[in-house]
Design a protein around this ligand. Structure first.
Ligand code: ANZ
Ligand code: ZN
Length: 825
């Protein structure tokens, strides 16, 4: 006979967690306990990043969502209205590729996965308001992504441009810069190549300055995250200066942050794909070498090309330019360490003072000319220097500018350049416009029609959504959008002239969907607008946003950009979506490898929960490490917390039985009236409440659990006359653990005869008079008058107390030269 008939919930001789979980999850559901009102009073918007429905949830999700859950429950107990929604980032490659592999339609596959994952999340008891669920792949959602796109289009913020794009031949798709990691595709890790395509862009660069500026005020974001974003936006101040091509009127502009080095320019370098190159008449004998070099470098990735350590190579054009300040004639090169998309795509080469230029000049024997010296000298010697002198300093060998120093030198040169009309002050950003076209099926269609007569025509707002055709599409990628071949769908009448026209066959990057989902949650069923502005204004900004730091330069910039845009068009009072950001750590396997489907090392939270129960699994995860650190997951860590929670449960049972009556949880005991043992317990209780509250504010779950465990080291119910006291104490501890072990806490709360959910009880406040038992407050009386109070160690002898009292300013002033003889406490 099989032994499978053992009940799932009792192999560890603990309480019957299985029955308790089912009971409470059902009750929460029936009572709509996690339902958020549209217009909150005191609000707390807690958001966890939504999920790709690419399978069931794994330990990484489990961790992320229980962190959010604890914080949401804590806020409820603090008396706030909490918005804690969830949804699905349901478009995009993962779903599509998985679907292709299994020969299913992406929609069918996605819906199935959403169901499986949602079910698991419900079993974890996460306090999501499921009425507010969104899934980005349905027309009721993506209709509004199209709407926002068109609003941007109206304002010139969505535009098409022919350009070289990152292309992954394996995934058969175009990638945004953010999706290229070390020259490889972020999904399949194959090398990325370049392809010329007509693509849609969003003009995020118009917001560069504001995106940068607001970072200064986002105090709830880590400095690390803000620095990553600052560097990504990459603001540089300097100037643009024009160099004349020798023997012509043609001018070549360069961007430099170091105009003070201009007398040291000994060559110029142009990016291989710069458009400007087409305008240069390359001498016949150089043409072949130039063409070969260009072909070779275009195939390299930007990262390879920018690397500081790399060998810098290039090709001489046979042409020269004239330095506008010194009049020097300098060689004009093409070099691939120069990026076409930054500045003007041309640099003025100053080997003496720039590392890359130095490497380049060494390789090709280009002259080095020192023009900056440490203030007061000596200047570096061009013939012996082994690396560029890149510090700012004093201008030398620079004509009338000699002796100018640092920032002053820079602005003196710019002033001169502007006065002589040779160039202008200029600010540049590293941030590029956001490439959003994807040649894939499973995404939001771009609501634009192309007419041979009228050109680009926007789909009217009242004709949205442009629905993705669900039938008759061969969605397997071919390097152009599968929608281009869906003839029934793609061929339409031009809305302007009625003539034959075609829909844009591209779909949007899925990061569009996640750029505004936090707003949709505030009003997810609206079919007249993306959301109601009043509701959005009532809930925004997100008070705490939880997700991985991997999104630092992608999603976490995009959703800020969208919020600012929607603010500008009067759709949101707030300019920033999230005032506090928490980046949780990853979950890895016991060997330290991040759990991922591709590695096949995923531990399912389902199995762990089945065996040990949800609350014990949760407790083990919280306890394993600080929430922002990586956790190497092993099931062994569970045993300790399991023993603890079982013991706690027995105490609750015992206390509930011993004292069936109510206790007044609002009261504070008078410490002086308690016997020594009770005094200690009471003090420890208040210390624990204080510690757990402070720790939860900082998302430090592991230390709050440690504090609760430690509390039980000093407390066990004594019974008899202290029954009510025991119940008071135990009730408060049940409350402070409630955010972490919600089912357990609800059950305990019910055993203590409460009718309402523990979430509706108010978070305990510690008694400030009872948080320390190591010290006592001593009043210092001098001539019958209390002059001061000092806190002293309980064990301190009279001499120690006296000398401490004497060290107090007030006491000394009153006493002057007299001696303190008698103390009263
Ligand atoms: C001359 C010079 C001398 C420079 C010197 C630096 C030091 P950031 O700070 O990152 O903005 N540069 C300009 N356009 C470029 C491009 N398209 N690709 C690669 N490099 C480019 O860098 C600005 C500096 O990077 C500019 O200042 C320019 O080199 C180079 F001692 O001009 B500099
Ligand atoms: Zn037309």
């Amino acid at each position: 006979m099989s032994t499978d008939q053992e009940t799932k919930s009792e192999p560890h001789s603990g309480y019957d967690f299985g029955a308790i979980e089912v009971k409470w999850q059902k009750r929460w559901d029936e009572q709509k306990l996690f339902h958020a009102p549209d217009m909150p009073r005191e609000k707390y918007y807690l958001l966890v990043m939504f999920a790709y429905p690419s399978g069931d949830i794994h330990m990484g999700h489990f961790r992320n969502y229980i962190i959010g859950d604890a914080m949401a429950r804590y806020q409820w107990m603090l008396g706030k209205d909490v918005l804690h929604p969830f949804g699905w980032d349901a478009f995009g490659l993962p779903a599509e590729q998985a679907a292709i592999k299994r020969g299913m339609h992406p929609a069918e596959w996605t819906v199935k996965n959403i169901e499986v994952s949602r079910n698991t999340l419900k079993k974890v008891g996460i306090s999501f308001d499921w009425d507010r669920e969104v899934a980005s792949c349905f027309p009721d959602y993506y209709r509004w992504s199209q709407w926002i796109f068109l609003k941007m289009y109206e304002r010139g913020l969505a535009y098409r441009k022919d350009s070289l794009v990152n292309f992954c031949a394996t995934c058969n798709t175009v990638l945004a810069n953010e999706q290229v990691e070390d020259g490889a595709c972020w999904r399949c890790h194959n090398p990325v190549t370049k392809k010329r395509l007509n693509q849609w862009y969003l003009k995020i660069t118009d917001y560069a300055d504001r995106l940068l500026e607001s970072l200064d005020h986002l105090d709830g974001w880590s400095e690390r995250l803000r620095t990553i974003q600052r560097n990504w936006i990459g603001k540089s101040t300097g100037c643009e200066i024009r160099f004349q091509l020798e023997g012509t009127d043609f001018e070549i502009p360069v961007f430099t942050t170091r105009p003070d080095t201009i007398y040291g320019v000994t060559f110029m370098a142009i990016a291989p794909e710069a458009e400007l190159l087409e305008k240069l008449a390359i001498p016949e004998e150089r043409k072949k070498a130039v063409a070969e070099y260009i072909a070779k470098s275009i195939s390299k990735s930007e990262i390879e090309r920018q690397a500081v350590t790399d060998d810098k190579d290039g090709v001489f054009t046979g042409l020269y330019a004239i330095n506008p300040l010194s009049g020097d004639k300098v060689q004009l090169w093409i070099a691939d360490y120069v990026l076409a998309s930054y500045g003007t795509g041309v640099v003025m080469g100053v080997p003496a003072h720039d590392t890359r230029d130095f490497a380049f000049s060494k390789k090709y024997g280009v002259p080095i000319k020192v023009v900056i010296s440490p203030v007061g000298g000596p200047a570096p010697d061009a013939s012996t220097m082994t690396e560029a002198y890149i510090e700012k300093g004093e201008m030398v060998n620079s004509g009338a500018f000699n002796g100018r120093i640092g920032a002053d030198a820079i602005s003196a040169v710019i002033d001169f350049v502007e006065a002589k009309k040779l160039g202008v002050r200029k600010v540049n950003f590293k941030l590029r416009d956001w490439l959003i076209s994807r040649q894939r099926y499973w995404g939001t269609p771009i609501p634009i029609i192309h007419c041979p007569k009228c050109g680009e025509v926007a789909v009217a707002f009242d004709k949205l959504p442009v629905e993705l055709p669900t039938k008759g599409v061969d969605y397997i990628p071919k390097g152009r959008s599968p929608l281009a071949d869906a003839t029934d769908w793609v061929n339409v009448e031009c809305p302007k002239c009625g003539g034959p026209a075609q829909r844009d066959p591209d779909t949007m990057d899925t990061f569009i969907c996640s750029s505004w989902y936090m707003l949709r949650y505030t009003d997810n069923k609206n079919d007249k607008a993306p959301y109601d502005v009043a509701k959005c204004d009532a809930w925004l900004p997100i008070d705490l946003y939880i997700g991985g730091i991997t999104h630092a330069t992608g999603h976490l910039i995009y959703f800020r950009f969208f919020t600012k845009f929607l603010h500008d068009i009067g759709m949101c009072k707030h300019e920033e979506p999230a005032v506090r950001m928490f980046n949780h750590g990853m979950v890895s396997d016991a060997e330290g490898r991040v759990m991922s489907k591709s590695l096949g090392n995923v531990v399912s939270p389902i199995d762990v929960m089945k065996e040990r129960g949800v609350d014990i699994s949760r407790l083990a995860m919280y306890f394993a490490a600080p929430a922002d650190r990586e956790i190497p997951w092993s099931n062994e860590g569970i045993t300790g917390v399991e023993r603890f929670l079982n013991k706690f449960y027995r105490i609750v049972e015992q206390v509930a039985k011993a004292h069936p009556g109510p206790v007044d949880l609002a009261k504070h005991y008078d410490v002086a009236g308690l016997d020594p043992k009770a005094k200690e317990v009471y003090t420890r209780l208040n210390q624990t409440i204080k510690k757990v509250s402070e720790d939860l504010d900082q998302l430090q779950f592991n230390t709050s659990i440690a504090a609760i465990m430690e509390f039980f080291g000093a407390f066990s119910p004594t019974g008899g006359s202290s029954n009510a006291f025991d119940k008071y104490i135990t009730s408060k501890i049940v409350q402070v653990i409630a955010p972490l072990t919600p089912h357990f806490a609800e059950e305990a709360w019910e055993m203590f005869e409460h009718k309402d959910s523990i979430l509706k009880s108010s978070w305990p406040k510690y008694d400030p008079k009872a948080i320390s038992f190591d010290t006592v407050v001593v009043a210092i009386q001098i001539n019958g008058k209390v002059r001061d109070e000092i806190e002293v160690d309980r064990s301190a002898d009279e001499e120690a107390v006296k000398s401490l009292a004497m060290s107090r300013e007030k006491v000394r002033r009153t006493l002057k030269a007299r001696r303190l003889s008698k103390l009263s406490t």
